[in-house]
Design a protein. Structure first.
Length: 114
């Protein structure tokens, strides 16, 4: 049995990156933006807090493996970023920092940890 999840609709036709797809879903969950060609009855669109919206994304990453688990939410500014291309994780604090917020983390932030 194959463990790969194949999305059925429009997945092969999309040219946007993983981070762009996740950001679009995040904006949808927070009520910030309705994706093109989607219509939901008046009053039925979600309007979650940013924290709750990212918890949905986290579940889809970690439990269902639908989204890549390299997409994180910055603990400072709240922006989503791909850890493959930017940012750091401060292990002892348990926080993620995007490329724009890395400069607030000390150079030796986890010194001595192996």
């Amino acid at each position: 049995m194959d463990n790969e999840i194949k999305l059925l609709k429009n997945n092969d036709n999309r040219t946007d990156s993983d981070i762009e797809k996740v950001r679009e879903f995040y904006r949808f969950l927070t009520g910030e933006e309705m994706p093109e060609k989607i219509s939901i009855g008046r009053g039925h669109a979600p309007k979650m807090s940013e924290k709750k919206a990212f918890s949905i994304i986290w579940y889809l990453q970690e439990h269902l493996s639908i989204f890549p688990d390299t997409i994180e939410r910055c603990s400072v500014c709240g922006e989503l970023f791909d850890t493959n291309s930017e940012g750091i994780y401060w292990e002892t604090k348990g926080k993620h920092y995007c490329g724009g917020c890395c400069d607030i983390v000390p150079y030796n932030y986890d010194r001595g940890r192996h």
